[in-house]
Design a protein around this ligand. Structure first.
Ligand code: PLP
Length: 383
């Protein structure tokens, strides 16, 4: 597939088998756990769903690598399978990790509750203050981990400094690119070693599967593949099929998510019942200039605080009619949640407060409904 193609074209055609399987325009679901062998090949030639090498897996690997202009990709059973699998590949007992302090809750809990049992230590860093990182680097530091946009405050950290620091210090650089999706940011093009995704979100886009991906340098992706073969976090072929189908509309969906979220962020910004809006596309966002330089769009997620605090936030959550009160994000339907009770409930309240995540913070995943309808609905909920 020529690499000069635009992302919208790659999302549809990259990775698809050539020639087509019996002429089939889509990749059929290969619902077979194992595949016949010649009897003369070794284990590494075995085709088996857990080894992530059915035709459905291979099509997705080609597509995902092409979307981020990367060497290679691998799908996994969930975003957390991708994140835990990647971290357990690049880190071993005795190693140390530098990791952004405001993290997706599941990653935070894995790092703080599980990595120490593997003999792996970590230090949190403020990913917007590169001048503080060297003091936390240890002799045994092996990797640096950041997120493209922080959840739920939508901070845009110094991603280019993260790549430069990792290179200078000989560390593996990893980034969770779920919030941006390959449409808005492609980590390999900026020098990251591994990009991780919860494909449950934008990549699939329809809130009907859980899936993950690891995208990046060939040797590292291959090492993660071997690790996941042992850990067992492979994606089922039927979920592969649905993910492949979802990715085909990624470019057009993201364009609308970007546009609607910006319109809605501006509406909230101008509303007197709203005291703060976190969205990198707003000119008033702390790192708007950086976001413009790094991203092709600002994504579909925003968070806000109401002047009436927690009581007003609870009332707002009850009064909205179109968005569904549910965790997760990135689907066609708008969702609202209070991170203190969902994604970040595993954190101690004082830890949340230190990061600026108040109990009254509301996160909105702007879906693909007409933005005018969403604004009318938000307006009545704020009244
Ligand atoms: N990374 C981010 C930024 C997320 O928001 C999530 C889930 O909400 C994950 C990773 C974990 O993904 P999954 O639920 O697919 O395991």
């Amino acid at each position: 597939m020529p690499s000069t193609q635009r992302l919208a074209t790659k999302a549809i055609h990259a990775g698809e088998p050539e020639p087509r399987i019996l002429g089939s325009v889509t990749v059929p679901i290969f619902q077979s756990a194992m595949y016949e062998t010649s009897g003369r090949e070794g284990y590494h030639h075995t085709r088996y769903i857990r080894l992530n090498n059915s035709p459905n897996h291979l099509a997705l690997h080609g597509k995902l690598a092409a979307l981020e202009s990367a060497d290679a990709a691998l799908v996994a059973a969930s975003g957390m399978a991708a994140i835990s699998g990647a971290l357990l590949t690049v880190l071993s007992a005795g190693d140390h990790l530098l990791i952004q302090d405001s993290l997706y809750g599941g990653t935070h809990d894995f790092v703080t509750q599980d990595l120490p049992a593997f003999g792996i230590s970590y230090d949190f860093i403020n990913a917007d203050q590169p001048e503080t990182w060297a003091a936390k680097r240890k002799r045994n530091t092996r990797a640096l981990y950041v997120e493209t946009m922080s959840n739920p405050l939508l901070q845009v950290n110094d991603l280019l400094a993260a790549v430069a620091f990792a290179r200078a210090e000989g560390l593996v650089s990893l980034i969770d690119n779920t919030f941006a999706s390959p449409v808005n940011f492609r980590p390999s093009e900026r020098g990251f070693d591994l990009s991780l995704h919860s494909c449950t979100k934008y990549l699939n886009g329809h809130s009907d599967i859980v899936a993950g991906a690891i995208i990046g340098k060939q040797d590292l992706v291959e090492s993660v593949r071997r690790k996941l073969n042992h850990l067992g976090g492979s994606l089922d072929p039927h979920a592969c099929f649905l993910l492949d189908r979802g990715i085909k509309t990624l470019a057009v969906r993201m364009r609308q998510h970007n546009e609607s979220a910006l319109t809605i962020a501006r509406f909230f910004e101008g509303h007197r019942a709203v005291s703060a809006v976190n969205y990198p596309g707003l000119a008033g966002h702390h790192r708007h200039a950086r976001a413009r330089e790094l991203f092709d769009g600002f994504g579909g997620i925003l968070s806000l605080e109401l002047t009436g605090g927690l009581t007003a936030a609870e009332r707002f959550m009850e009064k909205v009619r179109i968005p569904i009160r549910a965790p997760s994000l990135g689907g066609v339907e708008s969702l609202v949640t209070r991170p203190a009770t969902t994604s970040h409930s595993g954190m101690a309240p004082e830890e949340r407060r230190k990061l600026g995540i108040s109990d009254s913070l509301i996160r909105v995943s702007v879906g693909l409904e007409a933005p005018e309808d969403l604004i009318e609905d938000f307006d009545q909920a704020l009244a």
